[in-house]
Design a protein around this ligand. Structure first.
Ligand SMILES: [Zn+2]
Length: 423
């Protein structure tokens, strides 16, 4: 869509009336005196608020297929009895339509980009390209972990090459990541190789870390150190590393993560739903200046993809745990959700000339009538209640709350779920 230009007029940004123009996917100008250019698609945003879009920094988008399939079960039982048997049958079309459904929900609730870890990455990339969102995509890398024989590094290498081949040249809005699933499903030798490959090609590394206490205990028993220390020993902990969960990180691990410049993405709703028994140590992480992101985790285990809901849960669980209502204030939570809490995640959280043209127009909803504008977004709003327009790379993916092709996407997802025997 290069060359498409868009103008938004009469919007309110930080309390002032502004217009905004985009060109070539970036913000060309924003301010009170900006006028639409010739040929611009013009959106009259009178009465609407202009805010940056949100980044869902850890998910498995295609798992919309499994939403509601085995809720209220223990994690391992859910995986073994429900998810893994069906995942073994997944094909590219299943993943494509599952991801399209996820993208439609994300667009509807104001998410402009996401970090994804799932099978059939080529199908995910195609869905993201067709939906118009941004994504950082990595196929899960799993080799059975330690111990065990066979050429584990060879398998992981082949999986990476195949996934990169599938992704091809992913274009402007999609980028590639290495996504070792977790320290308990990938062997030490493969983690070392992934660390080297990531450094050599400057690729992001997206991994689950310290989601459960069991993972920590097993890591200490097997390797003599806690998970973050172990990852560091494998050469995987660096400024391009994104750690999903981090529930059980201790002070020394947080110190190490801060030193290495890695990012932690917290998934408060998924952690609560799966009852992991702990809470990400947000105050200690923030004190050390650790890069932070916010995610939903997969829609099979959340089950929502609405980042507004995640914001409220993040703020509330942190306040409650600290017995201190000043912890995780609304402005911090908003910054993290908009991708500005970490240089790795993907956005500055600022709407100014030169930045990617990724933004939302919020309608004059009752929730936004009075009070502190950011508090309203974190504590009172839901995505579907307030997001009117979602723009990514200068293209309006939703206007007036209507996402294109919604009926077809729903019908195709039901078809795919029937094929898989889960609907
Ligand atoms: Zn996950």
């Amino acid at each position: 869509m290069a060359g498409v230009s868009l103008a938004v007029t009469g919007a309110t940004l930080d309390g002032s009336r502004v217009a905004l123009r985009t060109e070539g996917g970036r913000i060309a100008a924003v301010g009170p005196d900006v006028e639409p250019g010739e040929g611009d698609e013009v959106i009259d945003a009178a009465g609407m608020r202009l805010v940056p879009g949100l980044w869902n920094s850890h998910t498995h988008a295609a798992m919309t297929l499994f939403r509601g399939y085995g809720d209220d079960m223990p994690l391992m039982e859910w995986l073994q009895k429900r998810i893994w048997p069906v995942e073994a049958k997944l094909d590219a079309e299943d993943v494509y339509w599952g991801t399209r459904l996820a993208c439609a929900e994300m667009i509807r609730t104001g998410t402009v980009g996401f970090w994804d870890m799932y099978w059939q990455p080529g199908a995910t990339a195609r869905a993201v390209a067709d939906a118009g969102l941004r994504a950082v995509i990595g196929a899960p890398l799993i080799d059975g972990g330690d111990p065990g024989g066979g050429d584990k590094v060879g398998k992981v290498k082949a999986d990476v090459e195949r996934s990169f081949e599938e992704l091809g040249d992913p274009g402007d809005r999609v980028s590639r990541a290495l996504a070792p699933h977790a320290i308990y499903t990938v062997s030490e030798q493969s983690l070392r190789w992934i660390g080297e490959r990531g450094a050599a090609d400057e690729l992001p590394i997206h991994i689950h870390l310290s989601e459960t206490e069991k993972e920590v205990d097993e890591c200490v028993a097997a390797h003599g150190v806690r998970p973050a220390e172990y990852l560091d020993r494998c050469g995987v902990l660096g400024p391009r590393t994104l750690l999903a969960h981090g529930v059980w990180l201790d002070e020394a691990e947080l110190e190490l993560i801060a030193e290495r410049g890695a990012t932690v993405v917290t998934n408060p709703v998924a952690n609560l739903k799966l009852a992991v028994g702990g809470v990400f140590p947000y105050p200690a992480a923030r004190e050390r200046g650790i890069g932070l992101g916010l995610g939903t985790d997969g829609p099979g285990s959340n089950n929502s993809l609405d980042m507004f809901e995640q914001m409220k849960f993040l703020a509330l669980i942190q306040k409650h745990t600290a017995a201190d209502p000043t912890v995780a204030p609304a402005n911090e939570v908003w910054r993290i959700a908009s991708g500005a809490g970490s240089p790795l995640v993907g956005a500055s959280g600022e709407l100014r000339a030169g930045e990617p043209a990724d933004f939302l127009l919020l309608r004059g909803a009752p929730e936004l009538a009075l009070g502190d504008p950011t508090s309203e977004l974190v504590y009172a709003a839901s995505g579907a209640s307030v997001v009117d327009t979602t723009v990514v790379a200068g293209r309006a993916l939703m206007r007036a709350g209507q996402v294109a092709e919604m009926d077809e996407i729903r019908a195709r997802v039901v078809e795919r779920a029937k094929r898989l025997g889960i609907a």
